[in-house]
Design a protein around this ligand. Structure first.
Ligand code: SF4
Ligand code: SF4
Length: 373
């Protein structure tokens, strides 16, 4: 397992971290704990020692399940990360209750890595005004938090402001070979590197989008490495950045776990030839993707019942693959009550979308285009 040395923090972790936001689920939509346990065990056996969860993942069950599961391993044999939720009405009192509940859920008295979750301009301002950041710094001084950082979804200018505002131990950004000019992007990565602040990367495979490419887009990659998975290319692109100390993959199946473990067991940075091939793939994809929805589900639930990420998933797949028959099947299988035509245009979803998508406009396009198939 490729190891990662965190500069001044003095910790060494696996470069691959287990993201606990997309565990497999059963027919009731609950975490399939038997499968998830087997996946976590396989990752640990191969050397993964970083586990990342958050308050809202799986409706709170990710923290609860992980807390029960981790009791089987010595507490000092892994690094545990979770996050202070970025609710729009967060107060210091609520933050204190939340932290206490997270300790109960995860059955621990401290967190190794603790993040202010999904910071944007408004949320960061709120956290500052409420004194939540100062209180978390106090928790760090008391040893309840070992390393304090933030995860980020807003424009580069906001990232720069937040990064420069406090002595952060690390930051966490969305970064992959398609998202170099959105959110923190290349500029944000470079700034963190120049400041010596370690970077954790989330969405390295763009919510799974980069793991299944159309033949035309995959061709430059397959010509060089016929047997390599497309996900491995995306992970190797991220891991080729020296200041990326942690790559989080939200694994949903044992197959994904095994593929990721193989990538990091014999990790190779991309060569110049491979970088050029990936640039070709990117150009082809950019001409096909309809929008940049990562299926993060921050916009859900929609008060009108619209399945926003589900609708965009069908639309984006159709855009990339032009597979009319497949798109027709998926569209027909979607419950009418979840389709975009039910949108009442309240705008709630757009106010929380980390990708800042014009969701209402795009939903209208989805409905019209897929109905016409
Ligand atoms: S704008 Fe439409 S899709 Fe978005 S939350 Fe409101 S009803 Fe749902
Ligand atoms: S529309 Fe935005 S908030 Fe909703 S799932 Fe997609 S990226 Fe996330």
């Amino acid at each position: 397992m490729k190891q990662s040395i965190w500069n001044d923090l003095g910790v060494t972790t696996s470069l691959l971290g287990f993201g606990c936001m997309r565990f497999p689920v059963n027919a009731e939509g609950k975490i399939d704990e038997a499968q998830a346990s087997a996946m976590l065990e396989a990752a640990r056996a191969a050397g993964v020692n970083y586990f990342d969860t958050a308050w809202p993942y799986h409706g709170g069950d990710s923290e609860r399940f992980l807390g029960r599961f981790l009791q089987r391993w010595p507490r000092d044999s892994y690094y545990l990360a979770t996050k202070m939720p970025g609710f729009g009405d967060m107060t210091l009192e609520k933050a204190k209750e939340t932290f206490a509940e997270q300790c109960r859920r995860l059955q621990t008295d401290h967190f190794d890595f603790y993040l202010m979750h999904a910071m944007s301009r408004q949320r960061y301002q709120l956290f500052k005004e409420q004194g939540i950041l100062d209180w978390c710094a106090q928790l760090k001084a008391e040893g309840r938090i070992r390393y304090l950082g933030f995860s980020f979804h807003d424009d580069y200018e906001v990232f720069e402001q937040i990064l420069n505002d406090r002595p952060w131990d690390f930051c966490q950004i969305q970064y992959n070979y398609m998202d170099t000019d959105t959110q923190a992007g290349d500029k944000g990565y470079a700034l963190a590197e120049a400041r010596g602040i370690p970077v954790i990367v989330m969405e390295p495979v763009k919510g799974g989008t980069l793991a299944a490419l159309p033949d035309q887009a995959a061709a430059p990659l397959r010509a060089l490495r016929p047997d390599a998975s497309l996900a491995s290319w995306a992970l190797r692109w991220v891991g080729s950045h020296a200041n990326v100390k942690m790559i989080l993959s939200g694994m949903s199946s044992m197959e994904q776990v095994r593929d990721n473990l193989a990538t990091f067991a014999r990790f190779e940075p991309l060569s110049d030839t491979e970088q050029a091939a990936l640039a070709k793939t990117k150009a082809i994809l950019l001409s096909r993707v309809r929008n940049g929805c990562t299926a993060c589900r921050y916009c859900m639930p929609c008060p009108a019942g619209v399945d926003i990420p589900g609708s965009f998933s069908v639309w984006n797949s159709f855009g990339m693959y032009q597979d009319a028959a497949g798109a027709r099947r998926r569209w027909a299988a979607m419950d009418e009550s979840k389709k975009p035509l039910n949108c009442v245009k309240c705008g709630k979803c757009e106010s929380v979308c980390p990708q800042q998508l014009p969701i209402r406009t795009h939903l209208a396009q989805v409905q019209a285009e897929l109905d016409a198939l």
